[in-house]
Design a protein around this ligand. Structure first.
Ligand code: MOS
Length: 709
């Protein structure tokens, strides 16, 4: 027995001070093990076989030759696979059978999993997978996405597909200035550094999965539903995760691994290749968007209409809610937004970092720049003139909206006042130079979570919460939050995450992770601190306090809760080659209390880098003939690399969420929002030419010419 630590509250809190990642040394020395690296005794390896046709039926799977190869243990497919539950309502309460493999003979898209070959080694499984003969009855497929399709329909499965007030047509007729433009963004992919991987084993009717995911209790719940188990019979562990960005929920590989492990009675690992990641783990749908703005001569909006279309699969209706920013950023007497989807023979799209807001802000913030140009009003002044008092659609008050402060601080630091508003007038040798800006917003929220905090007998503390650190620094942020709530130093706090055995917790998603988990950790830690103040002794097993934030979060007042930001970019455009270089970027954010400035800055800079990538590079191209991708790898699909990325600065203004115990909002996604628009607006300023289709490839720059050239 030792005496309870009775440290007084640290005069200087840890939240708000820079702290390197608590697992940083493990990661850079290779001691941190990722899902595919964790050893298992008696491990077998599964290799997924994906369809080569884009639509049709599987007529036959001829596995004899594959089964005769050395080391091959089994070939699973729709003809012999165990039956699973396909209509289990997932996280959003809507069944998504995208990952429930081998349950029918229908092929809904190219790259649909049709079989799993299991062998003693990955090489044997792969070789056998290559020899597997799958025969199809092929049907004509349709992957042609556009806004003009007559079969597009309002996305009624989501909240709400259409919002409307006032008379758009009358408002436009009465407007001194009108912008009416269409924008497109392509299919984009998450491209996490660590491909998806899972190992499953069964023990006496209990399923254990070692995985790489964005929420271990999330995946636990989905697998329990799919395999008709009580969640308590499923344990999912995911200690280190090399990126997720929305793609790491339940996917075909965990389900296939668990299925094969049950059939073989031994642990089975399924690792996706980079190419398979492109087919099996979701993506950002291409979007088509039409924006109509009507304003008075001074740029005050009378009309804001934003219509957005995206594609989805025949398996699941996913909505890329690109109208999100329009519902939050600006008001108008006539205000209308709508979301429509087109069902095609393509894989199911999913959340990808700033789902909705990333492509939506490109269109909306480009249109605002066009309006600024037409009105002859400075783009920042235009936004300040259109700051709403309350949520334009909801009518609810904002829980802090410091967008104007972001623009003022950003303008000062970027040197906006010296900008010549005329396009195509600045040159640096063969380069035309321009600057642009755009607003950013992303919703913030909190999800119910549970946590346990233990005062150990040696005077340290252990926090247990099924949080996920997908590379963000969440584990470190929670260490700082717990230290402050306990009134101790971060060095005395150990945070254990990524294990569904710790109880339900929100996912690393929706920019809600750190806020949701911090809430639960703070509640438990504060109560523990009070208990320790009363009890003098800590028993050998420690003293543990558990929390559950379900009630507190349910009682949150309804408000418009968002993180905001102002993005700035300077570009150079070579009109002879069509090359666009981003020369510098600055983002100033109002994103609540910043827990760890070191990792927060990385998050924001990472988001802005995505913005460069989205503006200039990323584009997955499908072959109309096969329905599959061209170049589904990191050579064919270019993401911004060091050579593409200039000096990026990210910083923030004072901001807080008044209703959060720590004041946190969320920073995971707002960094990408508006970034592509700021770059596109800078390209217009450099050249005098608008680019309404992303990415702004050299051929598009060349075809468009340049007013200033
Ligand atoms: Mo993010 S797209 O909520 O993982």
């Amino acid at each position: 027995m030792t005496t309870a630590p009775t440290r007084p509250a640290a005069a200087q809190g840890s939240v708000g001070t820079a702290h390197t990642r608590v697992e940083g040394r493990d990661k850079v020395t290779g001691a941190a093990r990722y899902a595919a690296e964790i050893p298992f005794t008696g491990l077998a390896h599964g290799w997924l076989v994906l369809s080569t046709v884009a639509r049709g039926r599987i007529r036959a799977v001829d596995a004899d030759a594959a089964l005769a190869l050395p080391g091959v243990l089994a070939v699973l497919h729709h003809g012999n696979a165990p039956r699973l539950v396909t209509d289990y309502p997932g996280l959003l309460g809507v069944p998504d059978p995208t990952a429930v493999v081998f349950q029918h003979d229908r092929v809904p898209h190219a790259g649909w999993p049709v079989a799993l070959v299991v062998a003693e080694t990955p090489e044997q499984a792969r070789e056998a997978a290559d020899t597997l003969a799958v025969h199809y009855d092929e049907e004509p497929h349709d992957i042609a996405f556009s806004a003009a399709r007559p079969d597009s329909y309002p996305a009624d499965g989501h909240t709400p597909a259409t919002t409307e007030k006032g008379d758009v047509e009358a408002g436009l007729a009465a407007s001194a200035v009108v912008v009416d433009a269409e924008y497109t963004t392509p299919e984009e992919h998450h491209s996490s550094m660590e491909p998806h991987a899972a190992t499953a084993r069964w023990d006496d009717g209990r399923l254990e999965v070692v995985d790489s995911n964005q929420g271990s209790t999330w995946v636990q719940g989905e697998l329990a539903g799919i395999f008709a188990l009580d969640p308590s019979a499923v344990r999912v562990v995911s200690e280190h995760v090399g990126g997720g960005f929305g793609s790491k929920g339940v996917r075909a590989h965990q389900v296939a691994a668990a299925m094969a492990a049950s059939v073989l009675g031994r642990p089975v690992r399924v690792v996706l290749t980079r190419r398979q990641v492109f087919s099996l783990t979701g993506y950002r749908s291409p979007t088509a968007q039409r924006i109509r703005l009507g304003a008075d001569a001074g740029g005050r909006l009378r009309v804001l209409e934003h219509r957005a279309w995206n594609q989805t699969s025949t398996v699941y209706e996913f909505v890329e809610s690109a109208t999100g920013p329009a519902r939050v950023l600006y008001d108008a007497e006539a205000h209308r937004t709508s979301q429509e989807v087109v069902r095609l023979d393509v894989p199911s799209p999913t959340w990808m970092r700033a789902p909705g807001e990333a492509p939506g802000s490109f269109a909306l913030e480009s249109a605002f720049d066009e309006l600024a140009e037409k009105c002859g009003v400075d783009p920042i002044e235009l936004r300040l003139r259109n700051e709403p008092e309350v949520g334009p659609v909801s009518g609810l008050p904002f829980a802090g909206r410091n967008l104007a402060a972001c623009f003022r601080e950003g303008a000062r630091r970027f040197g906006w006042a010296e900008r010549d508003p005329r396009p195509g007038v600045r040159r640096d040798g063969r380069w035309l130079l321009g600057t642009g800006t755009a607003a950013a917003s992303f919703p913030v929220g909190a999800g119910a979570s549970t946590a346990a905090v233990t005062a150990e007998a040696d005077g340290t503390f252990t926090v247990r919460i099924a949080a996920a650190d997908i590379g963000t620094g969440a584990r470190t942020a929670l260490t700082l939050v717990a230290a402050d709530a306990l009134g101790t130093a971060p060095e005395r706090v150990r945070v254990r995450i990524g294990d569904s055995a710790f109880g339900p917790a929100w996912i690393a998603g929706g920019s809600m992770g750190t806020r949701s988990w911090s809430w639960a950790v703070t509640e438990a830690a504060r109560e523990l601190r009070e208990r320790l103040a009363l009890s003098g002794e800590i028993p050998p097993e420690g003293i543990t306090v558990r929390s559950d934030t379900t009630e507190a979060i349910g009682a949150l007042a309804r408000k418009e809760r968002h993180s905001f930001g102002a993005q700035f970019a300077e570009v150079a455009v070579d009109v002879a080659t069509g090359e666009v270089r981003v020369r510098r970027m600055l983002g100033i954010f109002a994103a609540g209390r910043i827990v760890n400035p070191l990792t927060a800055r990385s998050q924001l800079i990472g988001g802005m880098t995505w913005g460069i990538s989205m503006a200039l590079h990323e584009e997955a191209v499908r072959d109309r003939a096969t329905g599959g991708h061209y170049g589904a790898d990191l050579a064919g699909y270019h993401v911004a690399t060091h050579a593409d990325v200039p000096r990026i600065e990210a910083d923030w203004v004072d901001d807080t969420d008044p209703d959060d115990p720590v004041g946190i909002k969320g920073i995971g996604e707002v960094g990408i929002v508006g970034a592509a628009a700021a770059i596109a607006n800078a390209v217009w300023h450099a050249t005098g030419v608008r680019h309404r289709a992303l990415p702004i490839r050299p051929d598009r720059v060349l075809t468009a010419g340049a007013a200033g050239a």
